[in-house]
Design a binder for this molecule. Structure first.
Ligand code: IMP
Length: 431
C-alpha cells in the first residue's frame, strides 16, 4: 500500500487517531503534515488511553517510524513532554521519530499572542486552542518564522529572533504591553533545541526514498475540513490546509504520490470553538450525543457542541478533497435515539443551498433541511459485519454512503481498537 492520507471531514474530532492507529499497523511511516499541538488524537489500546498532540499516532505502534513534516508548527516543549511521557509508559521513540528541519517552531510569545489576539477580538473571538498556532503560521507566511533548523544553530538564532520579533514588539509597544524578552526566549529554547537535535532531519529526502521504494506511508491529517483555512468557515478556522491538499506542501512528497484518501466522519457532528454550526442541537438529542460520545476536547477539555450529520459540509469535504473512501465513526453513540436526522441541504433566506456559503454570517443563518430516520435501541458494540446492525442503522448508513458518493470502508461501533466493522469495498448496494 503506497501513500494514504487520512483527514477529517467535519470540524475536527472525528476519530482520526483511531483509524490512523489501525492503518499504522500496515505502514512503515506515519507523517503529520500540518497543524500543531492544537490537535488531540486519542488512541485506546486495551486499558491504556493515549492522547497525542504533536506525535503522529503511529507512535503507539512498536515498529512505525513517525515523521513530523515541514508543514507542522512544532511546540518543542509539548513534543518533549510527549516523548518523555511515552518513554515513562514503556514506549521508546529512539530511532523512530524524525522532525523536519524545515518545520516552524511555536515559541512562548506565539502562545501569548494567540491569547492577546483572542482578547482583542472580544465577542468575535475564534475560540482558539491557545496553542500559538495562528501567530506561528502568521510568522511563517510573513517570512519571519523560526524553524527547527534555526534552533539547531544557536550562534545565528539570537540575531534572527531579534529581527523576527521586531514587528511583534512594535505592536506590543503600541498596546502598552511588555515586549518579548528575546534573551529569555533564547535561554528557554537552548535546552529544548538540544533535546530535538537527534530527531531533526531532511525528512523530505527520507520520505521520497521510501515512496520510490514502494514503502507504505500514512499521512495523518489534524483538525478537519470545516476548519481548513481555505475551505472552512473562515475566519472560524485553523491556520493550515487540513486535507490531502496539504500533504505535498507539508511533506515534500509530490501530489501524484497520494493514491488513497480516507475521509473520517462521525455519524453526527460536533464543533468546539466559535463559528457556524447549522445542525447544532441544543435539546435532548444534543445532550444525548455529548454524553454518549464523551464530547470533550482532547486538547482543551472544552465541551463540544453536538448536532446532526451535516451532509452539506461532508459532501463538500468528500468532493473537493477526492476521498476514495469514508470511515463512519461512533455509530454506536446514536443507539437509543427515537429519531435520527440527517441534513441534506440548507435553506438561506428561503433559497435552497447545497454548498457552504462563503460568509460565516450566512452559514450561521442557514436552516438545515432534514431527512428523518427511525432510530434503534440495540447496543451495536458487538457488530462486526454490516448485517449485524439493526435494519434502521443499515438504512441510515446506506443513505450517508449514497449522499457522499463514496464507499464507506469502516464503521466504528465503540472506542476500543477491535470495535469496528470493516467493509473495504463499501456497503454493497441493495444489502
Ligand atoms: P487554533 O487552531 O488553535 O488556532 O483554533 C482555531 C479553531 O480550530 C478553534 O475553533 C479551535 O477550537 C479549532 N480547533 C483547532 N484544533 C482542533 C482540533 O484538533 N479539534 C477540534 N477543533 C480544533
Amino acid at each position: 500500500m503506497p501513500v494514504t492520507c487520512v483527514y477529517g471531514m467535519q470540524w475536527g474530532d472525528e476519530g482520526k487517531g483511531r483509524i490512523v492507529d489501525l492503518l499504522a499497523a500496515e505502514s512503515d511511516f506515519v507523517v503529520r503534515y500540518q497543524g500543531g499541538a492544537n490537535a488531540g488524537h486519542t488512541v485506546i489500546v486495551g486499558e491504556e488511553k493515549y492522547v497525542l498532540h504533536l506525535l503522529p499516532s503511529g507512535a503507539i505502534q512498536p515498529a512505525t517510524i513517525n515523521v513530523i513534516g515541514n508543514g507542522v508548527v512544532v511546540d518543542p516543549w509539548v513534543l518533549i513532554e510527549e516523548i518523555d511521557e511515552l518513554a515513562g509508559r514503556g514506549i521508546s521513540l529512539d530511532g523512530r521519530l524524525l522532525i523536519s528541519d524545515r518545520a516552524h517552531v511555536v515559541l512562548p510569545h506565539h502562545k501569548t499572542m494567540d491569547q492577546a489576539l483572542e482578547a482583542l477580538r472580544g465577542a468575535d473571538a475564534l475560540g482558539t486552542t491557545s496553542r500559538g498556532i495562528g501567530p506561528a503560521y502568521g510568522d511563517k507566511f510573513r517570512r519571519a518564522g523560526m524553524r527547527v533548523a534555526d534552533l539547531l544553530k544557536p550562534h545565528r538564532y539570537e540575531d534572527l529572533l531579534q529581527a523576527n520579533t521586531g514587528a511583534w514588539n512594535a505592536i506590543l509597544d503600541k498596546a502598552g504591553l511588555d515586549p518579548i524578552d528575546v534573551a529569555s526566549v533564547i535561554e528557554e529554547t537552548r535546552a529544548v533545541g538540544e533535546r530535538l537535535r537527534p530527531y531533526a532531519a531532511d525528512v523530505t529526502t527520507i520520505l521520497l526514498e521510501a515512496w520510490k521504494a514502494g514503502r507504505p506511508i500514512l499521512a495523518e491529517g489534524a483538525q478537519g475540513f470545516g476548519l481548513d483555512v481555505d475551505h472552512g468557515s473562515y475566519p472560524f478556522v485553523t491556520s493550515s490546509t487540513t486535507g490531502p491538499a496539504g500533504v505535498s506542501a507539508g511533506t515534500g512528497l509530490p501530489p501524484r504520490a497520494l493514491d488513497r484518501v480516507v475521509g473520517i466522519v462521525k455519524a453526527y457532528t460536533t464543533r468546539v470553538g466559535a463559528g457556524p454550526f447549522p445542525t447544532k442541537d441544543t435539546g435532548p438529542a444534543g445532550v444525548h450525543l455529548a454524553k454518549a460520545g464523551h464530547e470533550f476536547g482532547a486538547t482543551t477539555g472544552r465541551p463540544r457542541d453536538c448536532g446532526w450529520f451535516d451532509a452539506v459540509l461532508a459532501r463538500r469535504a468528500a468532493f473537493t478533497q477526492g476521498a476514495t473512501s469514508v470511515c463512519l465513526m461512533k455509530l454506536d453513540c446514536l443507539s437509543g435515539m427515537d429519531e435520527i436526522k440527517l441534513c441534506t441541504a440548507y435553506e438561506l433566506d428561503g433559497v435552497r443551498v447545497d454548498a457552504p456559503p462563503a460568509w460565516a454570517g450566512d452559514w450561521e443563518r442557514c436552516e438545515p433541511v432534514y431527512e428523518s430516520f427511525a432510530g434503534w435501541t440495540e447496543d451495536i458494540g458487538g457488530a462486526r459485519r454490516f448485517e449485524d446492525l439493526p435494519a434502521t442503522a443499515q438504512t441510515y448508513v446506506r443513505r450517508i454512503q449514497e449522499i457522499l458518493e463514496t464507499p464507506v470502508e469502516v464503521i466504528s461501533v465503540g472506542a476500543e481498537r477491535e470495535r469496528f466493522i470493516p467493509l473495504v469495498e463499501g456497503i454493497p448496494v441493495g444489502v
